[in-house]
Ligand binder design. Sequence first.
Ligand code: MRU
Length: 363
Amino acid sequence: MNIHGRPTRTIWLAEDGAGVEVIDQTRLPHAVATVRLASLADAAEAIRSMIVRGAPLIGVTAAYGLALAMREDASEDGLRRAVETLAATRPTAVNLRWALDRMAAALLAPDVNDRVAAAYRMAATMADEDVATCRAIGEHGASLIREAHERTGRTVNVLTHCNAGWLATVDWGTALAPVYVAHARGVPVHVWVDETRPRNQGAALTAFELGQQGIGHTIVADNAGGHLMQHGQVDLCIVGSDRTTATGDVANKIGTYLKALAAHDNGVPFYAALPASTIDWTLSDGVREIPIEERSAREVTHMTGRAADGAIVTVEIAAPGSPAANPAFDVTPARLVTGLITERGIAPASRDGLRGLFGDRPA
Ligand code: MRU
């Protein structure tokens, strides 16, 4: 997707072929800056501090993190230690573990005699695959937007939560990929962007990327969705996912569940868009089994933004001294999900639905 009209990915190999460059998402939307990752520690810190974030991008950054780690210590022990370091950075998005397991299995194969070169090659392959996967999600999901347009004859209003756009992946995004494909095909589409407290990924990142692609959008407070749905102003909801169970339960940014409840009550279709790498085939009860990241209370009690003089400032917004809790994700049960938009097509959110698309995967 474009930044200032220039096609850009969120992560790429630096010109020296060793370092890895990423867009610093903690500085968006006020500055477009890149950060160079030169070591395993840099990659782990970039994930932990959310310089990079979004389930698929976390996975690809971890893959490159292992390539950087192999430059430091390419022994089997070094590889295992690096996998554990990266796996500990963020607990909910299963793409992280998926990417690390895939990399480790390939790098431990007996025919690999240069783990450094193999790791870079494989990380690059995973980045390219992510782009193709997200593009396919976009193709499948765009049919829903087109159908809504044909049904209503007017601009389709999509509501999304958090940022599951191209910034959350290598390119294209998951929840926003259908919007990009539909827009490119001339289907009129407008996006309601949940601001997504406490870190405001909607207001800061989703609004930024939609604006850069010239797609109509409106930022709303997180609590506005139910009202909009009651008044017929939302045709469909599309969100991303950080972990989806084999039975179709969907973990996504905190507040997603409340949108699904409101959608259910108002007969608004509610879709989650996700690559197969987000499916945790070992789990069947998302509410009980998916680990939910608990982040710093400071993200709730403080906000960062740009002041009138252009300075980036952090201010306290809560009663001083009051405790705050910050669960970063919630789980939407499959019964509230109309369908799962994947790279293989759209499936009902159920074990049978996922088996129908991914029958060759363990269930
Ligand atoms: O905490 P974040 O910003 O990493 O959370 C991101 C989300 O919740 C996304 O919706 C999810 O990762 C899907 S990304 C395509």
